[in-house]
Design a binder for this molecule. Structure first.
Ligand code: PGA
Length: 312
Protein backbone atom coordinates (compact mmCIF):
# COMPACT_ATOMS: atom_id res chain seq x y z
CA UNK A 1 0.00 0.00 0.00
CA UNK A 2 1.41 3.32 -1.04
CA UNK A 3 0.70 5.87 1.70
CA UNK A 4 2.83 8.72 2.96
CA UNK A 5 3.46 9.89 6.51
CA UNK A 6 2.05 13.26 5.52
CA UNK A 7 -1.27 11.69 4.46
CA UNK A 8 -1.45 9.84 7.75
CA UNK A 9 -0.70 13.03 9.67
CA UNK A 10 -3.45 14.90 7.84
CA UNK A 11 -5.91 12.04 8.37
CA UNK A 12 -5.04 11.83 12.09
CA UNK A 13 -5.67 15.55 12.52
CA UNK A 14 -9.05 15.40 10.74
CA UNK A 15 -10.09 12.38 12.83
CA UNK A 16 -8.94 13.95 16.10
CA UNK A 17 -10.50 17.36 15.43
CA UNK A 18 -13.63 15.85 13.83
CA UNK A 19 -13.53 18.39 11.01
CA UNK A 20 -11.68 19.10 7.77
CA UNK A 21 -11.81 22.84 8.46
CA UNK A 22 -10.29 22.60 11.94
CA UNK A 23 -7.63 20.19 10.70
CA UNK A 24 -6.72 22.62 7.90
CA UNK A 25 -6.39 25.41 10.49
CA UNK A 26 -4.22 23.30 12.79
CA UNK A 27 -1.95 22.20 9.95
CA UNK A 28 -1.88 25.63 8.27
CA UNK A 29 -3.13 24.10 5.02
CA UNK A 30 -5.92 25.02 2.64
CA UNK A 31 -8.99 22.87 3.17
CA UNK A 32 -8.96 21.41 -0.39
CA UNK A 33 -5.39 20.22 0.25
CA UNK A 34 -6.60 18.40 3.38
CA UNK A 35 -9.48 16.82 1.44
CA UNK A 36 -7.17 15.68 -1.37
CA UNK A 37 -4.72 14.09 1.08
CA UNK A 38 -7.51 12.20 2.83
CA UNK A 39 -9.03 11.14 -0.50
CA UNK A 40 -5.69 9.80 -1.74
CA UNK A 41 -5.27 7.91 1.52
CA UNK A 42 -8.77 6.41 1.27
CA UNK A 43 -8.00 5.36 -2.35
CA UNK A 44 -4.80 3.67 -1.24
CA UNK A 45 -6.58 1.92 1.64
CA UNK A 46 -9.41 0.92 -0.70
CA UNK A 47 -12.27 1.71 1.70
CA UNK A 48 -13.91 4.93 2.89
CA UNK A 49 -12.40 6.45 6.05
CA UNK A 50 -15.14 8.96 6.91
CA UNK A 51 -18.85 9.17 6.41
CA UNK A 52 -20.81 12.37 6.42
CA UNK A 53 -24.11 12.72 8.27
CA UNK A 54 -25.57 16.17 7.81
CA UNK A 55 -22.72 18.57 8.47
CA UNK A 56 -20.80 16.18 10.71
CA UNK A 57 -18.19 13.65 9.72
CA UNK A 58 -17.73 10.29 11.45
CA UNK A 59 -15.00 7.70 11.19
CA UNK A 60 -16.02 4.47 9.47
CA UNK A 61 -14.86 1.21 11.08
CA UNK A 62 -11.86 1.25 8.74
CA UNK A 63 -11.24 4.89 9.69
CA UNK A 64 -11.32 3.98 13.40
CA UNK A 65 -8.76 1.21 12.89
CA UNK A 66 -6.54 3.51 10.88
CA UNK A 67 -6.85 6.25 13.50
CA UNK A 68 -5.74 3.82 16.24
CA UNK A 69 -2.82 2.70 14.05
CA UNK A 70 -1.83 6.33 13.41
CA UNK A 71 -1.81 7.16 17.12
CA UNK A 72 0.45 4.20 17.79
CA UNK A 73 2.68 4.99 14.87
CA UNK A 74 3.12 8.65 15.80
CA UNK A 75 3.69 7.69 19.43
CA UNK A 76 6.49 5.35 18.40
CA UNK A 77 7.89 7.94 16.02
CA UNK A 78 7.91 10.75 18.55
CA UNK A 79 9.63 8.46 21.08
CA UNK A 80 12.23 7.66 18.43
CA UNK A 81 12.77 11.37 17.73
CA UNK A 82 13.25 12.07 21.40
CA UNK A 83 15.62 9.15 21.87
CA UNK A 84 17.56 10.40 18.90
CA UNK A 85 17.71 13.89 20.38
CA UNK A 86 18.92 12.34 23.62
CA UNK A 87 21.68 10.42 21.80
CA UNK A 88 22.72 13.73 20.36
CA UNK A 89 22.83 15.16 23.86
CA UNK A 90 19.73 17.29 23.31
CA UNK A 91 16.60 17.33 25.40
CA UNK A 92 13.97 18.21 22.90
CA UNK A 93 10.49 17.25 21.83
CA UNK A 94 6.98 17.64 23.14
CA UNK A 95 5.88 17.06 26.73
CA UNK A 96 2.20 16.09 26.96
CA UNK A 97 0.74 16.84 30.36
CA UNK A 98 -2.83 16.38 31.57
CA UNK A 99 -3.58 17.98 34.92
CA UNK A 100 -6.70 18.34 37.07
CA UNK A 101 -8.44 21.71 37.19
CA UNK A 102 -6.89 22.86 40.46
CA UNK A 103 -3.34 22.04 39.35
CA UNK A 104 -3.52 24.85 36.82
CA UNK A 105 -2.62 27.22 39.67
CA UNK A 106 0.88 25.88 40.00
CA UNK A 107 1.80 23.81 36.95
CA UNK A 108 2.55 26.86 34.77
CA UNK A 109 4.86 28.14 37.52
CA UNK A 110 6.77 24.88 37.39
CA UNK A 111 6.88 24.84 33.62
CA UNK A 112 8.41 28.32 33.40
CA UNK A 113 11.86 27.53 34.80
CA UNK A 114 11.77 24.04 33.23
CA UNK A 115 11.24 25.38 29.72
CA UNK A 116 13.92 28.02 30.24
CA UNK A 117 16.35 25.30 31.18
CA UNK A 118 15.35 23.11 28.23
CA UNK A 119 14.47 25.47 25.36
CA UNK A 120 14.10 22.55 22.93
CA UNK A 121 11.10 21.19 24.84
CA UNK A 122 7.58 22.37 24.14
CA UNK A 123 4.47 21.51 26.08
CA UNK A 124 0.89 20.47 25.38
CA UNK A 125 -1.06 21.05 28.59
CA UNK A 126 -4.60 19.69 29.06
CA UNK A 127 -6.58 20.97 32.04
CA UNK A 128 -9.72 19.04 32.99
CA UNK A 129 -11.43 17.63 36.05
CA UNK A 130 -10.32 14.37 37.62
CA UNK A 131 -12.75 12.14 35.73
CA UNK A 132 -11.63 13.48 32.38
CA UNK A 133 -7.95 13.25 33.30
CA UNK A 134 -8.50 9.60 34.26
CA UNK A 135 -10.17 8.93 30.91
CA UNK A 136 -7.12 10.37 29.17
CA UNK A 137 -4.84 8.25 31.37
CA UNK A 138 -6.80 5.10 30.50
CA UNK A 139 -6.49 5.94 26.80
CA UNK A 140 -2.76 6.68 27.27
CA UNK A 141 -3.11 10.07 25.59
CA UNK A 142 -0.40 11.97 27.50
CA UNK A 143 3.05 11.47 29.00
CA UNK A 144 2.31 12.39 32.61
CA UNK A 145 -0.76 13.20 34.72
CA UNK A 146 -0.97 15.45 37.77
CA UNK A 147 -3.81 14.96 40.22
CA UNK A 148 -4.67 15.11 43.90
CA UNK A 149 -6.39 11.75 44.07
CA UNK A 150 -4.72 8.90 42.17
CA UNK A 151 -7.04 6.16 40.91
CA UNK A 152 -7.34 2.99 42.99
CA UNK A 153 -8.66 0.87 40.15
CA UNK A 154 -5.93 1.49 37.56
CA UNK A 155 -2.45 0.01 37.49
CA UNK A 156 -0.39 3.18 37.78
CA UNK A 157 2.86 4.55 39.15
CA UNK A 158 2.09 7.24 41.73
CA UNK A 159 4.62 9.72 43.11
CA UNK A 160 3.78 12.54 45.54
CA UNK A 161 5.73 15.74 44.95
CA UNK A 162 3.91 18.56 46.74
CA UNK A 163 1.47 19.20 49.59
CA UNK A 164 -2.13 19.96 48.66
CA UNK A 165 -4.03 21.25 51.72
CA UNK A 166 -7.79 21.80 51.44
CA UNK A 167 -9.10 24.79 53.37
CA UNK A 168 -12.51 26.29 54.15
CA UNK A 169 -13.09 29.66 52.55
CA UNK A 170 -15.74 32.24 53.45
CA UNK A 171 -16.38 35.88 52.62
CA UNK A 172 -14.02 38.09 54.64
CA UNK A 173 -17.00 39.74 56.31
CA UNK A 174 -18.52 36.43 57.50
CA UNK A 175 -19.07 36.17 61.24
CA UNK A 176 -17.12 32.86 61.31
CA UNK A 177 -14.03 34.57 59.90
CA UNK A 178 -13.06 35.79 63.37
CA UNK A 179 -13.86 32.54 65.22
CA UNK A 180 -11.39 29.86 66.18
CA UNK A 181 -11.77 26.08 66.07
CA UNK A 182 -15.17 26.12 64.40
CA UNK A 183 -16.89 22.72 64.64
CA UNK A 184 -17.97 20.73 61.60
CA UNK A 185 -21.48 20.71 63.10
CA UNK A 186 -21.48 24.51 62.89
CA UNK A 187 -19.97 24.52 59.43
CA UNK A 188 -22.70 22.34 57.89
CA UNK A 189 -25.27 24.97 58.82
CA UNK A 190 -23.68 27.25 56.21
CA UNK A 191 -24.70 27.09 52.55
CA UNK A 192 -21.95 25.17 50.74
CA UNK A 193 -20.72 25.84 47.24
CA UNK A 194 -19.01 22.78 45.85
CA UNK A 195 -17.13 21.66 42.78
CA UNK A 196 -18.95 19.48 40.27
CA UNK A 197 -19.16 15.70 40.56
CA UNK A 198 -16.10 14.18 38.93
CA UNK A 199 -13.81 16.68 40.65
CA UNK A 200 -11.14 15.33 43.00
CA UNK A 201 -11.80 18.14 45.47
CA UNK A 202 -15.47 17.19 45.57
CA UNK A 203 -14.65 13.53 46.25
CA UNK A 204 -12.38 14.38 49.17
CA UNK A 205 -14.93 16.76 50.69
CA UNK A 206 -17.69 14.15 50.35
CA UNK A 207 -15.52 11.56 52.04
CA UNK A 208 -14.49 13.90 54.83
CA UNK A 209 -18.09 14.74 55.72
CA UNK A 210 -19.22 11.11 55.43
CA UNK A 211 -16.33 9.97 57.69
CA UNK A 212 -17.46 12.46 60.32
CA UNK A 213 -21.13 11.51 59.96
CA UNK A 214 -22.39 14.77 58.44
CA UNK A 215 -24.58 15.04 55.38
CA UNK A 216 -23.19 17.14 52.58
CA UNK A 217 -25.65 19.40 50.89
CA UNK A 218 -24.42 21.57 48.04
CA UNK A 219 -26.32 24.78 47.66
CA UNK A 220 -24.53 25.35 44.37
CA UNK A 221 -22.19 23.36 42.17
CA UNK A 222 -19.69 24.92 39.80
CA UNK A 223 -17.14 23.38 37.48
CA UNK A 224 -14.66 26.18 38.11
CA UNK A 225 -12.70 27.28 41.19
CA UNK A 226 -12.77 30.84 39.86
CA UNK A 227 -16.58 30.91 39.71
CA UNK A 228 -16.73 29.46 43.23
CA UNK A 229 -14.42 32.14 44.62
CA UNK A 230 -16.56 34.83 43.00
CA UNK A 231 -19.69 33.28 44.52
CA UNK A 232 -18.07 33.13 47.98
CA UNK A 233 -16.91 36.74 47.68
CA UNK A 234 -20.50 37.59 46.68
CA UNK A 235 -21.69 36.06 49.97
CA UNK A 236 -23.57 33.15 48.39
CA UNK A 237 -21.96 30.58 50.66
CA UNK A 238 -18.68 29.05 51.80
CA UNK A 239 -16.51 26.49 50.07
CA UNK A 240 -13.69 24.01 50.52
CA UNK A 241 -10.85 24.09 48.04
CA UNK A 242 -7.15 23.64 47.64
CA UNK A 243 -5.13 26.41 49.23
CA UNK A 244 -3.27 26.52 45.94
CA UNK A 245 -6.40 27.89 44.27
CA UNK A 246 -5.89 30.99 46.40
CA UNK A 247 -2.40 31.63 45.11
CA UNK A 248 -2.01 35.13 43.70
CA UNK A 249 -5.67 35.66 44.51
CA UNK A 250 -6.76 39.10 43.31
CA UNK A 251 -9.79 38.91 45.63
CA UNK A 252 -7.60 38.25 48.63
CA UNK A 253 -9.19 41.06 50.62
CA UNK A 254 -12.64 39.57 50.04
CA UNK A 255 -11.96 36.02 51.19
CA UNK A 256 -10.97 34.48 54.50
CA UNK A 257 -9.68 31.02 55.39
CA UNK A 258 -11.74 29.70 58.29
CA UNK A 259 -10.26 27.92 61.29
CA UNK A 260 -12.35 24.72 61.25
CA UNK A 261 -11.61 21.57 63.27
CA UNK A 262 -9.98 18.89 61.11
CA UNK A 263 -8.84 21.46 58.54
CA UNK A 264 -6.79 21.86 56.50
CA UNK A 265 -7.37 18.40 55.08
CA UNK A 266 -3.81 17.31 54.37
CA UNK A 267 -3.27 15.83 50.95
CA UNK A 268 -0.59 15.65 48.27
CA UNK A 269 -0.26 16.34 44.60
CA UNK A 270 0.82 13.29 42.66
CA UNK A 271 2.45 12.73 39.32
CA UNK A 272 0.96 9.60 37.81
CA UNK A 273 1.51 7.44 34.74
CA UNK A 274 0.48 3.92 33.67
CA UNK A 275 2.73 1.29 35.21
CA UNK A 276 5.10 -0.11 32.62
CA UNK A 277 4.82 2.93 30.37
CA UNK A 278 8.14 3.78 28.83
CA UNK A 279 8.53 7.47 29.53
CA UNK A 280 10.06 9.57 26.77
CA UNK A 281 13.32 11.30 27.60
CA UNK A 282 11.44 14.59 27.84
CA UNK A 283 8.79 13.14 30.16
CA UNK A 284 11.46 11.52 32.34
CA UNK A 285 13.31 14.84 32.54
CA UNK A 286 10.17 16.65 33.69
CA UNK A 287 9.30 13.85 36.11
CA UNK A 288 12.76 14.08 37.73
CA UNK A 289 12.48 17.87 37.86
CA UNK A 290 9.07 17.69 39.57
CA UNK A 291 10.29 15.23 42.17
CA UNK A 292 13.58 16.90 42.96
CA UNK A 293 12.74 20.59 42.63
CA UNK A 294 8.94 20.98 42.43
CA UNK A 295 8.16 21.57 46.10
CA UNK A 296 11.15 23.84 46.64
CA UNK A 297 10.37 25.94 43.56
CA UNK A 298 6.85 26.52 44.71
CA UNK A 299 7.60 27.14 48.38
CA UNK A 300 5.90 30.35 49.41
CA UNK A 301 4.48 30.99 45.95
CA UNK A 302 1.23 29.12 46.40
CA UNK A 303 -0.69 30.94 49.01
CA UNK A 304 1.04 29.10 51.83
CA UNK A 305 1.47 32.50 53.40
CA UNK A 306 -2.16 33.28 52.78
CA UNK A 307 -3.50 35.22 55.73
CA UNK A 308 -7.18 35.34 56.44
CA UNK A 309 -8.35 38.79 55.44
CA UNK A 310 -9.93 39.10 58.87
CA UNK A 311 -8.07 37.63 61.79
CA UNK A 312 -8.92 37.51 65.46
P1 PGA B 1 -10.09 18.73 40.85
O1 PGA B 1 -8.93 17.88 41.51
O2 PGA B 1 -9.51 20.00 40.31
O3 PGA B 1 -10.68 17.78 39.81
O4 PGA B 1 -11.06 19.02 41.96
C1 PGA B 1 -8.15 18.46 42.48
C2 PGA B 1 -7.65 17.47 43.48
O5 PGA B 1 -7.81 16.25 43.33
O6 PGA B 1 -7.07 17.96 44.47
Amino acid sequence: MNVTLRQLEVFETVARRGSFTRAAEELHLAQPTVSVQVKQLADAVGLPLFEQLGKKIFLTDTGKELYAACRELFGVWSRFEMTLADFKGMKEGRLRLAVVTTAKYFVPRLLGPFLKRFPGIDVALEVANRDTVLERLTANEDDLYIMGMPPQHLDVEVHPFLENPLVVIAPATHSLAVQRNISLARLVQEPLILRERGSGTRMVVERHFADHGYPLHARMEFGSNEAIKQAVAGDLGITIMSRHALALEPMRGNLAVLDVEGFPIRRSWFVVYPRGKQLSVVARTFFDYLKSEGAQLLAGALGDNYQPAVSA
